[in-house]
Design a binder for this molecule. Structure first.
Ligand code: PMP
Length: 335
């Protein structure tokens, strides 16, 4: 047995074990689905035949998402989390490299490495804005733009996104956090057939454990993606739950508003250290990872350019109060 050298190069997943009280590390929604709605969902799930495979291309959910966004079913593909769709997108196009702009979401380079595709990193500038990615469009398999960007929280200007689209290279615009932002660029799909917009039910919809993501793109791209997608990847239960949450968008919207309000409250407290954000987290120039951990609060830390920074997910008010208190203590001690 010989395991591939590429695979050997990957590190095992590390799970943080310990008795921590507050988890603000994975950009999850702090609100689970309320019990009444869960009960309604469970009632609905009773009608699903467990012995049957789900719809091969998940059409009932595609139809609901398309209706929600004002597109057609043929413009939408769903996946087992948007992570699955990132891996599929890397198999779809010709080209020898992908373009990313660090610091950004790690799964683009994760899957590129897996596929043996070269990585061209055109780092974000000092204000975390995109630089000259257009210069690397030739022969690119895909250019990844994450807006709002994880972990910096800022969005990219529409004009810049259009300028990248004008190169004609496949552009993957990751809008995982778009519900917390001012505006989306998903409408550009109607104008640019080289644009693929990625979305997820894991953040604003509070369904991270259910694993449903989707992409919106031209009918041609979606058709090709559906051809190479493992059939039945998305299970019947997850599909139905996502559909039902679209019926409860009022609740989703309420939680979004709460999270945005809390985000701005925390931002104001630490505006000398925090970057403005249009997502459900804040990046802060505070080397407080260990300090918070000792107080039972888990956030994300980083290496490289973001060494000494933390990314804090916006939690419930009580959790945020504790975070604010702990960070104030940190500042008193350190500065
Ligand atoms: N894109 C970005 C920018 C993310 O931060 C995440 C989750 N952390 C994802 C995509 C993947 O989301 P999921 O697979 O849960 O849909």
């Amino acid at each position: 047995m010989k395991v591939s050298e590429i695979v050997k190069d990957f590190k095992p997943y590390k799970v943080l074990e310990g008795n921590y009280r507050i988890w603000l590390d994975k950009n999850e929604n702090p609100f689970d689905i309320p019990t009444e709605i869960k009960e309604e969902i469970f009632e609905e799930l009773k009608n699903i035949s467990f012995n049957r495979y789900p719809h091969i291309t998940a059409d009932p959910l595609r139809e609901r998402i398309a209706e929600f966004l004002g597109f057609e079913k043929e413009n939408v593909i769903v996946g087992n989390g948007s992570d699955e769709l990132i891996s599929l997108l890397l198999k779809l196009f010709e080209g020898d490299h992908i373009v990313i702009s660090s610091p950004t979401f790690g799964m683009y380079s994760f899957f590129a490495k897996f596929e043996g595709i070269d990585l061209v990193d055109v780092p974000l500038d000092g204000r975390f804005k995109l630089q000259n990615v257009e210069d690397y469009a030739e022969n690119a398999r895909a250019i990844f733009i994450c807006s709002p960007n994880n972990p910096t929280g800022n969005t990219q200007e529409r004009e810049k996104i259009i300028s990248v689209l004008e190169t004609g290279a496949p552009v993957v615009l990751d809008e995982a956090y778009i519900e917390f932002a001012e505006s989306s660029n998903v409408d550009l799909v109607s104008e640019y057939d080289n644009l693929i917009v990625l979305r997820t039910f894991s953040k604003a919809f509070g369904l991270a454990g259910i694993r449903v993501g989707y992409a919106v793109a031209s009918k041609e791209i979606i058709d090709y993606l559906n051809r190479i997608k493992p059939p039945f990847a998305l299970n019947s239960l997850s599909m139905r739950i996502a559909e039902l949450m679209l019926d409860h968008y009022d609740l989703v919207k309420q939680n979004i508003n709460y999270i945005i309000k809390e985000r701005e409250r925390i931002y104001k407290e630490f505006k000398d250290y925090a970057y403005p954000s249009e997502a459900n987290f804040l990046l802060m120039r505070l080397n407080a990872y260990e300090f918070l951990l000792e107080r039972g609060i888990v956030v994300r830390n980083f290496g490289g350019r973001l060494d000494g920074h933390i990314r804090v997910t916006i939690g419930k008010k009580e959790e945020n109060d504790e975070l604010i208190k702990a960070l104030k203590e940190f500042l008193e001690k350190e500065y």
